[in-house]
Design a protein around this ligand. Structure first.
Ligand code: FPP
Length: 253
């Protein structure tokens, strides 16, 4: 018999214990720049270089899914110049790197609110997804204009619409029905969430999907994060025991 817990376990980890899905909160660009007397935007530019290195490395080690928190729905409150710079970096990333990502077999997915984005940005996000849709290598999930509460609210709205239209009985609303209406519908939940820069918060990132994730907080500012540190994070993850609310193997009454 397959139980609900089996389903939870099966959505995590590979038989060899290697994580299927790693998600990263790329934090510390501003502090990296300040420590060097540079403008904050310089930290973001260096952060984009790190992002490229980590995407390449994640593909090389055979990771199935990598999610990067690139711009949160709260980041609009930053100074206009910084927001402009971050939008510019996203455009540079897609325009310059899309062909190479495609060649490397990377499938790009975008999560976050699309409504209200500037037409050029929305167009590039669509282009990245459609160009790479058939690829079977690393799935790179770009969390852009993303906020988990906003994602959940949109899913609830979709459920309400289905109920109002008579397509869904309220009794049929369960965890799976909610999960299917999230931006991450067909992705595995993150096994490991890494946050750089020493901050220990989730900051509205993947709140639903992180129910059983392992967390790793590293002091390194994102521009200094490296492939070697990514590997150390995976090693640390592999040393952890995941119980999904159950007991340690071999422990019982
Ligand atoms: C956090 O650093 C980082 C971000 C808000 C954005 C992450 C952006 C990049 C890695 C550059 C590439 C960008 C895109 C959109 C592809 P912070 O500014 O909050 O740093 P601080 O906490 O030290 O001030």
């Amino acid at each position: 018999m397959t139980t609900g817990m089996d389903a939870v376990r099966q959505s995590f980890g590979r038989p060899d214990g290697f994580p299927r899905h790693v998600a990263i909160i790329m934090d510390g660009n501003g502090r990296w720049a300040r420590a060097r007397g540079l403008p904050r935007v310089e930290g973001h530019r260096r952060g984009l270089q790190t992002l490229r290195e980590i995407v390449r490395h994640a593909g090389d080690v055979g990771l199935e899914c990598l999610t990067l928190y690139s711009f949160s729905s709260e980041n609009w409150s930053r100074p206009a110049e910084e927001v402009r710079e971050l939008m510019g970096l996203l455009k540079i990333f897609i325009r310059r790197d899309l062909a190479e990502l495609d060649r490397a077999g990377v499938r790009v997915r975008v999560v976050g609110e699309r409504a209200g984005l500037a037409a050029d940005i929305a167009g590039l996000l669509d282009e990245a997804e459609t160009t790479t849709a058939a690829n079977t290598g690393l799935t790179l999930v770009v969390a852009f204009n993303y906020g988990a509460r906003n994602e959940i609210a949109r899913a609830v709205r979709a459920l309400a619409r289905d109920v109002a239209a008579g397509r869904l009985a309220p009794e049929a609303i369960d965890e799976a029905a909610i999960g299917r209406r999230l931006d991450t519908a067909d992705m595995p939940d993150p096994d490991l969430i890494i946050r750089t820069s020493g901050e220990q918060r989730l900051s509205n990132f993947l709140l639903w999907q992180a129910a059983y994730s392992e967390f790793l907080f590293v002091p390194t500012y994102w521009p200094d994060f490296s492939a070697a540190e990514f590997d150390r994070a995976i090693d640390e993850y592999l040393g952890r025991e995941r119980r999904f609310g159950g007991l340690k193997a071999g422990v019982g009454v």
